[in-house]
Write a protein that binds this ligand. Structure first.
Ligand code: ADP
Ligand code: AMP
Length: 232
């Protein structure tokens, strides 16, 4: 068996709506490492009306990428926090080659490196339905779906864990998701080959049932990183 790597520095790659956040919540609890979503971080900045949030809002609303300089410094600050010391599940970053190079350099400065990249390969027609049905619980980070019984909350419109009201993201409408998919194809999809060429990529079918996705993820983390479920 592979000797356990010191840190589970894991990147989650795939189009919007591929399931990255959903699987990250599970993997975060399972392996004891934080789920770091640049989309969530940016949305909190928007709500808090910070200078960064005010700059980012228009890009998010249009479904465009927030400028690299802003996102890269935000990601760097987050990755340096103590809770990421044993690893992380990085969701939504990097989203282009410049960000991938910046990530590699910031990790190298910290004496770290990416050990695995999960790529959730998911067809566009599946994504549009998923994203328009997505509802989120802002404080628990849980993700629900009104169209899929496997992902509906027990009490309609309320989070199962916190009871907080579920909300729909303003950018989860059909027009913006079409734009986000286009941005993904043009700017992010090339990272699949980038990470495949470094033998870091592990491809998962994003439209497989959740239980199969979790089995595939835990098998890959054991095989490539030497970490078994519950033994991190
Ligand atoms: P991402 O973080 O990649 O944008 P999410 O994790 O938010 O995607 O998932 C998008 C929507 O699809 C959510 O409403 C979620 O409940 C649903 N979903 C996630 N994974 C699956 C799956 N394997 N099968 C069906 N629906 C899923
Ligand atoms: P997400 O929650 O990952 O779907 O991201 C929502 C939005 O936040 C995106 O459409 C972008 O506008 C912005 N965003 C999130 N992560 C990044 C990133 N790494 N680079 C640029 N913009 C980002």
């Amino acid at each position: 068996m592979t000797a356990p790597v010191d840190r589970l520095d894991i990147v989650l790659l795939g189009p919007p709506g591929a399931g990255k956040g959903t699987h990250a919540v599970w993997a975060s609890q399972t392996y004891g490492i934080p789920h770091i979503s640049t989309g969530d971080l940016l949305r909190s900045q928007v709500v808090a009306l910070t200078a960064l949030g005010q700059k980012a809002k228009a890009f998010i609303d249009r479904g465009e990428l927030v400028p690299d300089a802003l996102v890269i410094s935000m990601a760097r600050e987050r990755l340096e926090l103590a809770d990421a010391g044993r690893g992380f599940l990085l969701d939504g970053f990097p989203r282009n080659l410049e960000q991938a190079i910046a990530l590699q350099s910031m990790l190298s400065d910290l004496g770290r490196k990416i050990v695995l990249v999960f790529y959730y390969n998911t067809p566009s027609e599946v994504i549009i339905r998923r994203v328009t049905g997505r509802r989120i619980a802002p404080s628990s980070g849980r993700v629900y779906n009104i169209f899929n019984p496997e992902f509906t909350s027990k009490v309609e419109g309320r989070c199962d864990i916190t009871g907080e009201p579920l909300v729909q993201r303003p950018d989860d409408n059909e027009e913006t998701i079409v734009k986000r998919l286009d941005v993904y194809q043009k700017q992010t999809a090339s990272l699949i080959e980038h990470y495949r060429s470094q033998a870091l990529l592990f491809e998962i079918k994003g439209d497989d049932p959740v239980v199969s996705v979790r089995q595939a993820m835990s098998a890959a983390i054991l095989d490539r990183c030497g970490h078994a479920v519950g033994k991190s």
